[in-house]
Design a protein around this ligand. Structure first.
Ligand code: NAD
Length: 306
């Protein structure tokens, strides 16, 4: 109960039905649980957060191919607002036009000029990303990877904070704001290394058009990244889903696919999301508090075993 007070989770939601549809190794582990612990899978019983964290850690340890999927919520504590909800960029500035990619293709020089002197939500987002540092949530995921508890991380974020925190296998499904990408050969480079005169910049390898690596509205996900995401989520039997409303596709389809194949979903979010009802474990709380608590549990499990 100490954890409950310390981390202040308002509630924890577990769906009993999920225990019937889980990966074989996790199922074996659940079958081995002592009677008292099984009770925490019943939402109608009072939940002890200490046990819940323990269960989360055990589910991750039992998984063959654990993968994390993160969204804007994990970077909120680094000062980068999400798009939606209270304090969201779109809540404040209104929704941007949804034709970013066709606008870019119609006039790449004008689109680059806008990108280099951004206004409105784009200006706020780029200033916040420029000033942001990884928070304990990013650090905890990097630690889990180092400790061999996470195979890789798929992020919808464009802010580079997972890499700055030390995560190595990071798949950026919506790109990275610090990179440019050639629309022809798909080679990526740091934006700082590219000459912006004249506009638009062109690829020095193939002469193709360079675009900021972040995926614009209406732009297909680059095939190299999409293939990686699909192969990782196909192998995944336990997905840790952090700070995402799970409303943006195709990223939102990965956890659903994991569950459909018999894997389990563990959610860390301040609020309920579209995914909550599909999750075996749903931890309500700030990622910067909950993830270090999970990492700590994983570490103690390792210490006990060795
Ligand atoms: P979203 O804005 O739709 O949802 C954010 C989710 O995070 C919500 O469910 C919210 O309850 C939760 N949340 C907020 N603060 C949290 C915290 N401290 N701890 C845990 N959860 C918290 O974000 P999304 O699902 O990632 O999808 C929207 C799109 O936003 C993505 O495509 C992403 O590329 C883009 N985006 C990225 C950044 C970034 O790179 N940091 C910032 C804004 C938007």
């Amino acid at each position: 109960m100490l954890a409950c007070r310390r981390f202040g989770f308002p509630s924890c939601i577990l769906n009993r039905g999920d225990s019937l549809n889980i990966a074989p190794r996790v199922k074996t582990w659940l079958d081995r649980l002592e009677h008292g612990q099984i009770d925490i899978f019943r939402p109608e019983k009072g939940l002890d957060v200490d046990q819940l964290l323990e269960t989360t850690a055990k589910a991750i340890i039992a998984a063959r191919h654990p993968v994390a999927l993160t969204g804007a919520g994990i970077s909120a504590e680094s000062g980068i607002p999400p798009f939606r909800g209270p304090g969201g960029l779109w809540t404040k500035h209104g929704e941007p036009p949804m034709n970013g990619f066709s606008k870019f293709l119609a006039d790449p020089a004008a689109a680059w000029a806008e990108r280099l002197s951004p206004r409105g939500p784009l200006k706020e987002l780029s200033e916040r990303i420029g000033a942001a540092r990884p928070n304990p949530g990013h650090m905890a995921l990097a630690e889990m990877e180092r400790e061999g508890r996470l195979h890789c991380l798929i992020t919808q974020n464009i802010d580079n904070l997972h890499t700055l925190a030390g995560s190595r296998r990071v798949i950026e499904i919506h790109g990275n704001a610090r990179l440019v990408r050639c629309l022809t050969c798909v080679r990526r480079r740091p934006i700082d290394e590219i000459s912006m005169a004249p506009l638009p910049p062109l690829c020095e390898d193939c002469g193709g058009l360079l675009k900021i690596d972040t995926v614009s509205f209406g732009e297909p996900i680059p095939p190299d990244v999409l293939t990686l995401c699909e192969s990782e989520s196909t192998r995944c039997d336990c997905m840790l889903v952090v700070g995402t409303s799970a409303t943006v596709y195709p990223a939102a389809s990965f956890p659903i696919d994991v569950k459909r194949r018999g894997g389990i979903l563990i959610e860390v979010n301040l609020h309920e999301s579209e995914l909550t009802e599909h999750c075996a474990i749903s931890l309500r709380g700030a990622a910067g508090l909950v993830l270090p608590a999970i990492a700590q549990r994983l570490k103690s499990a390792r210490t006990v075993r060795t």
